[in-house]
Every structure is written in C-alpha cells, then in structure tokens.
Design a protein around this ligand. Structure first.
Ligand SMILES: Nc1ncnc2c1ncn2[C@@H]1O[C@H](COP(=O)(O)OP(=O)(O)OP(=O)(O)O)[C@@H](O)[C@H]1O
Ligand SMILES: [Mg+2]
Length: 286
C-alpha cells in the first residue's frame, strides 16, 4: 500500500511532481497568449456559449489571433456553434492541434473528443456525498490537461466558455497562471442584481478584473434594468444583445451571427462588445 510519503517529494515521477510539471507546461503554453478571458454567468442558458463564439469571431475578424476553449465538460456546445464539430484532431508530440473554424478561431472542446451525441462525460464518485468535491477536482484536472495539451500557438486572446455558476470562476482561476479578465453574462430575469453582486465577489476571489456585465436576450424578458444595477454596483455595463431568433439559428448552423448577418442589431451589439472588451484589455495592460 502507498503511504502519503510515497506520493510526494521524490521528483518528477510522483503525483505532486506531475502536477507541478504540468503547471509549468501550462505556464509556458500561456506565455504565448496575450489575454486570457473567462465568460461566466449566474445560471445556465443565458447565452455564454453563443456570446463566446460571436465575440471570438468578431475579434478574429478584426485581426486578432483568437482561441476559444469550451470549459463546460458536461454540456459542450462551442464546437458546434463555431462549426468545427466532427473535425479530425491532429495529435503530435507537443499536443493536440485545435481545429480552426472558418471565422479563423482555434477551437478546443470536449465535444471534439466525444464519440457521439449521446455520450456525455460522466464523473462517477463512490458516494453521492463525495461526488460534488470529487467531480470538482476531476473536472479541474481534466481542464488543466485539456488547456495544457492544446497547441494554441501565439494568440491575442484565449476565451474560456465556463459552465454556469459564478463560483466556477475561482475554480478555473486556480488552475491558471493568470486570468486577465472575466466577462459576466446575464438576462434581465436572472435575478440580475444577485448576479452582479456574485460576479463581483467571484472576480475578487479569482483575482481577475471584472471587465463588465452584458445583458443578453434583451427585449425578451421584462424586468430588471441591468444597466442601472451594474452602474449602482460599480461594474462596467458593456451593453445589451437583443434577442434574435436568427442568432440562435446561426449558432445551430455553426456560423457566428456577427459573420453571417453583421448588420443586424444583435450582431452590431456583439461587434461593439468585442471592441469594448479589446479596449478594456489593452488599457489594463498599459
Ligand atoms: N441574443 C440571443 N438571441 C437569440 N438566441 C440566443 C441569444 N443568445 C443565445 N441564444 C440561444 O439561446 C440558447 C442558449 O444559449 P447558450 O447555449 O449560448 O447559453 P449558455 O449560457 O452557454 O448555456 P449553458 O449554461 O447551458 O452552457 C442557444 O440556443 C443560443 O443560440
Ligand atoms: Mg454554454
């Protein structure tokens, strides 16, 4: 039987050593990335993935080299929205070559590794009580490996599409050598006030600057004045993205709306969002 002393302290072949080696590899991988940005939300289905896909496409159209990682291991959708589902992955000694979407974005998603639609990734734990923590740490390890083993190359921005829950920000931040910003997405009915507060706390815990708050599917839900709430909390309000059924259609077809219908109000709003994000990242760096 292994004792505690057996699994640490003797260099590269033990668990602690392996994690350290991987962290070092991740750090050098991310040295070639100017800005690492996470997209977060209070609850699911508010449009994080659609927003990440469009933001990535808009930044790439403006000349940035962009990567997008689907960090939602259980419900991956980014590969589909960027039209790279089913792409064959090139695997070399230095890791996996991410497929490049037609909009120029390099995409990595668990979706690309899953055999079929009905094979979600399941984390199993010995007991229900243990499953939460176990799942959390398994997920974290899988994500670290995933990030490290992808040959991102030189990037201006790497966008991370997180699973729902503002608390996920701290989990991913703990894995990364640095996180340059977090972007919070909400809808007017998503108890927006709470989301604003939680986003602030999460960003502080993650020691990542909160770039701002975006209201998505605007016009669809009556209710909160998200802009006013953001202002009251001192969080930059980065605009509203109107609800547009064709945006969802474009996402389903794997072609970002900012590319297929750039003149539509929702696409314009997403393009403006990309400019604000770029500006705020560049300004913070100076
Ligand atoms: N502004 C919008 N107008 C119309 N449809 C939208 C808009 N934003 C997102 N959608 C659509 O709403 C659905 C949910 O969006 P999406 O999958 O991006 O949410 P999510 O926050 O990533 O969800 P999850 O928490 O499950 O990861 C998708 O079908 C998406 O295309
Ligand atoms: Mg999503």
């Amino acid at each position: 039987m292994k004792r505690y002393g057996d699994i640490r302290g003797d260099g590269g072949s033990n668990i602690v050593g392996q994690v350290e080696a991987q962290q070092a590899r991740l750090a050098s991988r991310l040295d070639a990335v100017r800005f690492v940005v996470a997209v977060v939300s209070g609850k699911g289905g508010v449009g994080k993935s659609a927003l990440t896909a469009n933001l990535a496409a808009a930044l790439a159209r403006d000349g940035w080299r962009v990567g997008a990682l689907d960090a939602d291991l259980n419900g991956p959708s980014l590969a589909k929205m960027l039209g790279v589902r089913g792409a064959k992955l090139g695997v070399g000694a230095d890791g996996i070559e991410p497929p490049v979407a037609s909009c120029g974005v390099r995409v990595m998603s668990m979706d690309l590794l899953l055999p079929s639609d009905d094979a979600p990734l399941a984390w199993q734990a010995p007991t229900a009580a243990e499953s939460q923590t176990w799942r959390g740490s398994m997920e974290a390890n899988a994500l670290r490996e995933f990030l490290t083993d992808t040959r991102w190359g030189e990037l201006d921005a790497l966008l991370l599409d997180l699973p729902p829950g503002t608390d996920r920000l701290a989990v991913i931040a703990a894995l990364l050598p640095r996180l340059d910003g977090a972007l919070a997405v909400t809808i007017a009915s998503d108890v927006a006030q709470l989301v604003v507060r939680r986003s602030l706390t999460a960003a502080r815990d993650a020691r990542a600057p909160l770039l701002g708050l975006v209201e998505n599917m605007a016009g669809l839900f009556p209710g909160a004045d998200v802009a006013q709430m953001a202002e009251a909390a001192g969080v930059p309000f980065l605009g509203r993205i109107p609800f547009d059924a064709d945006l969802a259609g474009a996402a389903d077809a794997g072609t970002p709306f900012v590319i297929t219908a750039p003149e539509r109000p929702a696409a314009r709003a997403l393009t403006d969002l990309a400019s604000s994000v770029r500006q705020s990242l560049e300004t913070a760096r100076r």
